[in-house]
Design a protein around this ligand. Structure first.
Ligand code: GLU
Length: 305
């Protein structure tokens, strides 16, 4: 991977030393929604290895903002699994649930820029509108938000909020892009990428029960922690279009990216908890060793110690 790119000409990348070489800082950022599996091990090991190879540092971050899905009792299991893999990370470990004020500050800033709007739609409302319109544009995660609440008048918005209706805050993505102009980011495999945040539409940046979204929290944290290289699965490639836009809007640096391949089982199915893939704890209980994991991941040569 190349050195991280600056967010604007003249802005040194985060972690740049006085001599101009960025000190590498990577992170593994799991959500405690289930036990880790081999796919997580691959990501964590790639991050740790990259930091080690570049004389850098490796952090662990717990992404537990979603109180409806995260289970705090699984955090110990993450430590246990990573320790079993032989990884060392710096402490204290940042837990996103303890830093909501940081995300609110970013949200306030976007709001002051006129880039957020309240959306009162339920999933059902959105599905009905998508079905009605027939040819709704689709993004990598399904149909894009069809914009039902985008053009409500300010009076209408305030009246609905006063009535106690639940709402999410969405990013006015096209307006945001008008403010930033064209943006690029760099992926170790795909090369220079022109950011295409419109492909994800007006993403949700906060909800009542979760006052930040993954997109906002991850972007803010990577900047606050000074992450220089983001190594994560290919499934998050598209999310980077939005992260790049948020970086530009919030004046944050842009790390270098490496979206790595996703691991599959013998049938070609992606490893995932919901697909019933065995967890690292299951494999350990079956007698697997760290060396077995490294061999399965094709990483034994570079990581054997
Ligand atoms: N927390 C995310 C996950 O568990 C990963 C975030 C990231 O690496 O950007 O899928």
């Amino acid at each position: 991977m190349s050195a991280p790119t600056a967010s604007a000409p003249g802005t040194p990348p985060h972690g740049t030393s006085p001599h101009g070489t960025a000190s590498v800082l990577t992170r593994f950022a799991p959500s405690p929604t289930g036990r880790l599996h081999l796919g997580h091990a691959y990501s964590a090991l790639l991050n740790a290895r990259f930091a080690e190879q570049h004389g850098g540092r490796f952090l662990l971050r717990i992404e537990d903002i979603d109180g409806t899905r995260c289970r705090p009792e699984l955090i110990e299991g993450i430590f246990e699994d990573l320790d079993w893999l032989g990884l060392n990370w710096e402490t204290p470990v940042r837990r996103q649930s303890e830093h909501m004020a940081d995300y609110s500050a970013a949200l306030d800033r976007l709001s002051a820029m006129g880039l957020l709007y309240p959306c009162f739609c339920t999933r059902k409302d959105i599905a009905a509108e998508v079905a009605r319109s027939g040819a709704a544009p689709h993004g990598p995660d399904g149909p894009l938000y069809p914009g039902l609440c985008k053009h409500l008048s300010e009076d209408e918005r305030q009246a609905r909020i006063r009535s106690g209706a639940a709402y999410a805050l969405r990013l006015h993505t096209d307006r945001a892009l008008t403010q930033t102009g064209p943006l690029v980011w760099h992926d170790a495999q795909a090369g220079e990428i022109t950011a295409d945040p419109l492909s994800l539409g007006d993403v949700v940046l906060a909800r009542k029960e979760t006052p930040t979204s993954y997109h906002l929290a991850v972007t803010v944290d990577d900047a606050l922690q000074g992450i220089t290289h983001i190594i994560r699965g290919q499934d998050l490639f598209h999310a980077t279009h939005i992260h790049r836009l948020l970086q530009a809007l919030l004046g944050l640096p842009t790390p270098a990216y490496h979206h790595h391949r996703l691991l599959t089982d013998e049938t070609g199915q992606r490893l995932a908890k919901r697909a019933g893939s065995p967890s690292l704890a299951d494999l350990r209980a079956q007698g697997w060793t760290r060396r077995d994991v490294l061999r399965r991941l094709g990483l034994e040569a570079s990581l054997e110690s």
